[in-house]
Design a protein around this ligand. Structure first.
Ligand SMILES: [Mg+2]
Length: 417
């Protein structure tokens, strides 16, 4: 299941001085837009649909910027504290707005490029369900600024994988050990927690990091998983400056464009129901590999069945959400799905159109390139029909492969890198 997210946005920018005296930290401008926009972009592309903002002083500015969340493709709701409640108290108040069994928790003033869905899978699987929270950990050169985290077995951070996805989920042996200098593991400010844990927190001022987590350590219920993606904390002026270029570079990505039918699943005519789905070998795993290698995965699919009246746009959206949940169960996600509902001759009135979006025309690709910051040179297309590749080429995506069967990973891997 794709979890709801809670963003702790109540922090005051005390270390940023005049710069932020009248601005919540999460609204500080980074790479041309308020910082929170990047967090919402990252959550949405992982499939998160609902975000609870825990806001305090200056919270009305966050509400006025994010609104109901529709501009970001998700639903935003607000949990307002009357007086400073600390991170634990803020989460206790936010808990009633969470609708899923697990919740992602993010600090509103830091960004850690983590596969959020992988973190949720780890929470479910760690120690056969005894884990109540999993922390996303980051290896840093000097842990003393943050307070380090020690994991049972010593941790296995430096295994060289780009995002250390192979690193085991390890029980946390100590949290927030101060004064440990030199390289070490620190909390990246991203957690996946059982929602029941949030609901059990006292609705009074307390700290998640210095009170709740240490208690979980004693009970053996706190776990950590190591990731090595971009980690940036805008709470101090130096790193705020660094974030300007780092975040812009992080958002620019190559895209793996994938056709749906015949690439992800067996091509059944006018597929639109879960019971019709047979995933192709290696399809889910290939998406996951692309996610972890930093590609955007964008599905481009002709859906003339909508125009022909065989199923509705709404059926298509429900079905797409179902596929996203199956992918999420494996820690994988599709960043966006573009579809063409038209047909030039066979569709019903209103849908009968010689459109620019139906492959082999490039409309869906051009829209994706306009809406995402795409590294076109490194992008590629995987389709099962020549028209898929023709459409991609017409949009400037020169690289691609015709997938004719076998394991999707074998088709995708040579194109990566
Ligand atoms: Mg196809």
């Amino acid at each position: 299941m794709v979890p709801d997210a809670v963003i702790l946005a109540g922090g005051l920018a005390t270390r940023l001085g005049d710069l932020a005296a009248a601005t919540p930290k999460c609204l500080m401008p980074v790479a041309g837009r308020p910082f929170v926009d990047h967090l919402l972009w990252d959550l949405r592309r992982h499939g998160v649909r609902r975000v609870v903002f825990a806001v305090g002083r200056l919270g009305e500015q966050v509400e006025s910027h994010v609104g109901d969340g529709s501009a970001f493709g998700l639903q935003a709701v607000y949990s307002r504290e009357e007086s400073a409640m600390g991170t634990g108290g803020a989460l206790a108040l936010a808990a009633e707005h969470v609708t899923t069994d697990e919740a992602l928790v993010l600090n509103g003033d830091s960004l850690f490029d983590v596969n959020y869905l992988d973190l949720a899978v780890r929470l479910r699987s760690a120690a056969a369900g005894s884990a109540r929270a999993v922390i996303a950990l980051r290896e840093v050169e000097d842990a003393s600024r943050y307070g380090s985290v020690r994991v049972a077995g010593g941790g296995d951070a430096a295994d060289g994988d780009r995002r250390a996805v192979a690193a085991p989920t390890a029980c946390v042996a100590a949290f927030d050990e101060k004064g440990v200098s030199g390289p070490g593991l620190v909390s990246g400010g991203v957690y996946c927690v059982q929602s029941s844990l949030l609901r059990s927190l006292p609705r009074e001022p307390h700290s998640l990091e210095t009170e709740v987590f240490p208690r979980l350590v004693v009970e053996g219920e706190l776990y950590g998983a190591v990731y090595d993606g971009l980690f940036i904390d805008i709470g101090v002026p130096d790193s705020l400056e660094l974030a300007q270029t780092a975040v812009a570079a992080w958002r620019r990505r190559p895209v793996a464009f994938l056709d749906r039918d015949g690439v992800l699943n067996v091509d059944v005519n006018y597929l639109h129901k879960p019971e019709q789905v047979v995933w192709l070998p290696g399809a889910i795993e290939a998406v996951r590999e692309l996610n972890d290698a930093g590609y955007l995965v964008i599905v481009v699919t002709n859906q003339a069945g909508i125009g022909r009246g065989f199923y509705t746009e709404s059926d298509f959206e429900v079905f797409t959400a179902w596929m996203a949940e199956r992918l999420a169960d494996a820690g994988a996600h599709v960043d966006a799905v573009y579809h063409c509902p038209h047909h030039p001759t066979e569709a019903l009135p209103g849908w009968r159109e010689d459109c620019e979006c139906r492959k082999p025309r490039p409309g869906m690709f051009l829209r994706a390139i306009a809406e995402w910051d795409v590294d076109v040179e490194r992008s590629f297309m995987v389709g099962d029909k020549p028209g898929d590749l023709e459409a991609a080429r017409a949009a400037g995506i020169a690289r691609g492969v015709l997938f004719t069967g076998g394991d999707l990973r074998d088709a995708v891997r040579p194109l990566m890198g």
